[in-house]
Design a protein around this ligand. Structure first.
Ligand code: IMP
Length: 177
């Protein structure tokens, strides 16, 4: 299945699942080396990172905890200002070594917001693991410490990522044509 159609758009396979497996293994190995004897807390950003998180965590051998959070955005009464908040952040973060797990970093607006929110809870350290990064768009100062693939600005779908709610279940990653 090299081409798929989701709603009005066509997508072509760009990263097959067996390649993703190798990359996730590489990231897990780096994390296992970097976090021996640390108090590691993964914070996975739903919905998009659920598949990456599941595959990554199966390969993590160091002692760790995992928390799943969601970013909500809502408009303040009459203004159009978007206020974002993190839902589901229950774990004690104080003094922990946190790794935020993202599916994809595009502008980095989402990530910067999450990063600043988590920082308030006084973790010992914060690092970011993102399966995909669009470096031509990302201009923020927050470093992305573990990156699976640097990709062009084109829209992608699959392996947890959606187009208008569809395609999250695909095991490969597809790029819009
Ligand atoms: P950012 O705030 O612009 O970095 O966007 C981050 C979020 O937007 C990601 O966590 C995804 O949920 C979504 N996103 C950004 N680019 C894509 C894409 O190419 N495909 C699917 N979702 C995307």
């Amino acid at each position: 299945m090299n081409f798929i159609k989701i709603k009005d758009k066509e997508f072509k396979i760009s990263i097959p699942s067996r390649e993703i497996e190798t990359t996730v293994y590489r990231i897990a190995t780096e994390i296992n080396q970097d976090y021996e004897n640390k108090q590691l807390l993964f914070i996975s950003i739903l919905n998009g990172s659920f598949m990456f998180t599941a595959d990554l965590l199966k390969l993590i051998t160091v002692d760790c905890e995992i928390s799943f959070v969601k970013v909500s955005s809502y408009s303040k009464l009459k203004t159009t200002t978007k206020v974002k908040s993190l839902i589901g952040l229950n774990e004690d973060i104080d003094g922990k070594d946190v790794i935020i797990i993202e599916d994809i970093v595009d502008t980095g607006n989402t990530l910067e917001n999450i990063y600043n929110t988590i920082k308030i809870f006084n973790p010992n350290s914060i690092k970011i693991a993102s399966l995909l990064l669009k470096p031509d768009v990302y201009k923020k100062n927050v470093p992305i410490d573990y990156v699976g693939y640097k990709i062009p600005i084109d829209f992608v779908v699959g392996y947890g990522m959606d187009y208008d709610g569809k395609g999250r279940n695909l095991k490969d990653i597809f790029t819009i044509v």
